[in-house]
Ligand binder design. Structure first.
Ligand code: HEM
Ligand code: HEM
Length: 187
């Protein structure tokens, strides 16, 4: 069961620390870290690695029948932590310019993150076992019909959050290829 806001607090603390480091680099260099230079580049790469974790690890754990490492609820908390901190780092990597495809990748990232909050809310409306599996509920009562609605919304929500995530990674790979080719290797 996903209860409390632990992963949201952890994400906020991690983001504050990263923002403080970003502020320190700005103070020392007297400029906004450029996306293609050491600090800005590192933010993009590390943030993207966290986003790859977000895209893959929870799904792998959810579908794994043989290996059952860790509780599903903890993997979902980790999904949300990396799904917030990764995009935050990538956001600082942009150097506040959003032209062309890279701008579209940023927008898609924002949509997936915002939709994540809606999904998290609906997810917590559905009764679950300690391992995150949905529990059967008695039919007929008003509470059961509210839960049935939440299940329907959850299914509908999956059809938004997951495909936009895939579009985001496809566009991000093109951005990374083009950025590395034109602004890193051709320099
Ligand atoms: C989802 C992940 C990412 C997003 C949303 C993103 C977004 C952006 C944005 C908005 C810019 C500024 C474009 C402009 O000047 O208008 C940029 C620049 C850049 N990005 Fe990313 N980026 C991501 C991941 C990465 C990764 C993983 C790498 C490297 C492996 C990378 C390499 C670069 C480079 C080298 C530039 C500078 C391009 C230049 O100076 O013209 N990006 N990125
Ligand atoms: C880079 C950002 C993100 C990406 C790429 C991403 C991707 C995904 C994917 C692929 C799934 C499907 C898992 C599965 O059923 O196999 C998923 C589920 C989910 N995500 Fe995200 N996500 C991101 C950020 C977030 C954030 C920030 C939140 C919450 C604030 C969130 C909350 C959820 C929830 C509640 C589920 C449903 C879990 C379930 O039904 O079992 N995600 N996400």
């Amino acid at each position: 069961m996903l209860s409390g806001y632990k992963e949201l607090w952890m994400s906020l603390i991690a983001s504050w620390l990263i923002a403080a480091l970003y502020g320190a680099v700005m103070y020392l260099t007297g400029s906004v870290p450029a996306a293609g230079e050491l600090f800005g580049h590192a933010l993009g790469i590390l943030g993207f690695v966290l986003m790859i974790f977000t895209e893959t690890l929870y799904s792998l754990r959810k579908r794994s029948r043989s290996v059952r490492w860790g509780k599903m609820s903890e993997w979902l908390q980790f999904h949300i932590f990396t799904g917030l901190v990764g995009p935050f780092m990538v956001f600082l990597h942009t150097s506040w310019k959003f032209n062309g495809l890279a701008g579209v990748v940023t927008l898609l990232t924002l949509v997936v993150v915002l939709s994540g909050f809606i999904g998290r809310y609906i997810y917590t409306r559905i009764p679950r076992t300690a391992d995150g599996l949905e529990m059967d509920t008695p039919m007929g009562s008003a509470q059961a019909s509210a839960i049935a609605n939440a299940r329907r919304f959850m299914a509908l929500w999956h059809t938004v959050h997951i495909p936009i995530g895939m579009a985001l990674f496809t566009a991000a790979l093109v951005h990374i290829g083009a950025a590395l080719y034109y602004s890193t290797f051709l320099k």
